[in-house]
Design a protein around this ligand. Sequence first.
Ligand SMILES: [Zn+2]
Ligand SMILES: [Zn+2]
Length: 267
Amino acid sequence: MTQLQAITYNQVMNIKILGCSGNYVGRHRTTCFLIDGSLLIDAGTVTDSLPRKDLSKIKRVLVTHTHMDHLKGLFPFVDEIAMMGGHSIELVSAAPVLDIITNNLLNNLIWPDFTVIPSAMDAIIKLRDIPLEKPSHLDGIAVKPILMTHTVYTVGYVVRQQNGEGFMFTADTGPTKRFWELAHDEKNIHFIMADVSFPDRLSNLALISGHMTPSILMDMIDRYDLGDRTFYVTHIKPIFGREITREFVRSGRPNIRILRQGQTLEI
Ligand SMILES: [Zn+2]
Ligand SMILES: [Zn+2]
């Protein structure tokens, strides 16, 4: 093995769960995962979870969709790095997601248009749209967006480090097809983070609002033959935390775990 191969094989991707709740109440923070200190997946919580020295290391925010529980941390974060000076970030997603952000949020009404501040050439937010179902390389990390089934345009992701090992994230989604087909076929996936917002008794609300319940997720797992995969449940509405946990415990499936805020995963 060459030295370069040894370095490559020993790589570890570090995924810090800053927030993984379905609402922002009490100590619960909403979706935001920090990858290797420099890439955020969603921005449900940023400045309220990280010290200033860590903010300056973040180069990119990969966005799944435009619901506020996934974006609201972006605004104080951008304000802070603007005040710190000399730092810009790349906002990365499928083009329709970026369009919603620029038309409805960075429109000088809700928030200043940081894609032209201080100038268009040297803006604090740079936009980068990436194609569906093709890997795009963000430094050493490859991300592949997959269209999900939610109430707004939403993409889930396959995220891989340079050695090809990776994980998948459903983002917010109800029952869907393409993501689970790919989950069946993708190799070297260590785990899948999946949205379960509501308990089984609220399955109608889950379907209307584009989320899953424990039974819906388990149905997807069985239908797409994913029983050998490890799952982390995310986006639980805090008020239903115990009920949803009980439902998974009752299911007796050891491959399904609950994602915890503050937890660090490594692959
Ligand atoms: Zn959503
Ligand atoms: Zn959400």
